[in-house]
Design a protein around this ligand. Structure first.
Ligand code: C5P
Length: 236
């Protein structure tokens, strides 16, 4: 309709987790990779996307490291994180509303731990989803044969991989929709898409790259560092 403002695009980075699996002995977003805290790489990739109006990083209320570790990061900062990823995202959505975002604005939720994100992948996601009724996410078709494993460390079944995708982030939905979805599913939501799916909707899968992996296990830091040195963090 003429006179209506077009929806804007915001990025929201939940960074209030402790990252227990990383073995780092500190919140993993502050572990240095290629000379900068992991979170600095993640935010730099988002800040480099011109179509994003703003990036909001959600920290734990007890976080006392961010400003010293990431001076001048170019993002909005809010200490509104919760006990689960879903609560942290909901805190961030409320903060975006306080700062002027509305139901129809798009929010791209991105894991702090996916620090190899490339601005071009964010652009591809926006291109694929901005006229979609539901929204979507970056994802990668699964290449490996999938096994289900039992508590005894043995294979209990082989899982058909033909229609399987590994979900990544960013995950892009309208603020009003993703807020409703997360409120309905609660802490059980390990990503935004699963909450939207629980409403009976089908998010769009947008193929990205295996390089968009989530730094999770101790050996992942070394892998991410090698990759960042190769592409050059300065290219951000
Ligand atoms: O633990 P996991 O790797 O799945 O966390 C994914 C993302 O959610 C990370 O960026 C982490 O910092 C964030 N998170 C959060 N608040 C929590 C738990 C996780 O912001 N309570």
């Amino acid at each position: 309709m003429p006179g209506m403002t077009p929806p804007r695009f915001f990025a929201l980075v939940p960074a209030a987790g402790v990252g227990e699996r990383s073995g780092a002995g500190q919140p993993k977003q502050y572990v240095e990779i290629a000379g900068r805290p992991m979170l600095a790489h993640t935010l730099a990739a988002l800040v480099a996307v011109p179509r994003l109006s703003q990036t909001l990083v959600v920290l734990s209320p007890s976080d006392d490291r961010f400003e010293a570790a990431l001076p001048d990061c170019g993002a909005w900062v809010a200490r509104v994180g919760g006990a689960s990823r879903a609560e942290s995202v909901l805190g961030g959505l409320a903060e975006l509303r306080r700062r002027g975002a509305g139901d129809d604005d798009w929010v791209l939720v991105h894991d702090a731990a996916r620090c190899l994100l490339q601005p071009a992948w964010v652009d591809a996601l926006i291109d694929a989803c901005q006229h979609d009724a539901v929204g979507g996410l970056l994802a990668q078709p699964v290449a490996d044969t999938l096994k289900a494993g039992g508590a005894d460390g043995r294979v209990s079944a082989t899982v058909d991989r033909r229609d399987k995708w590994a979900a990544q982030t960013p995950q892009m939905f309208r603020l009003g929709l993703v807020e409703r979805a997360l409120l309905a599913l609660g802490a059980a939501a390990t990503d935004e898409a699963s909450a939207v799916e629980a409403l009976g909707l089908a998010p769009r899968l947008v193929r990205a790259s295996m390089a968009n992996f989530k730094v999770t296990w101790p050996e992942d830091f070394e892998l991410a560092q090698r990759w960042l040195y190769q592409v050059g963090p300065s290219s951000r």
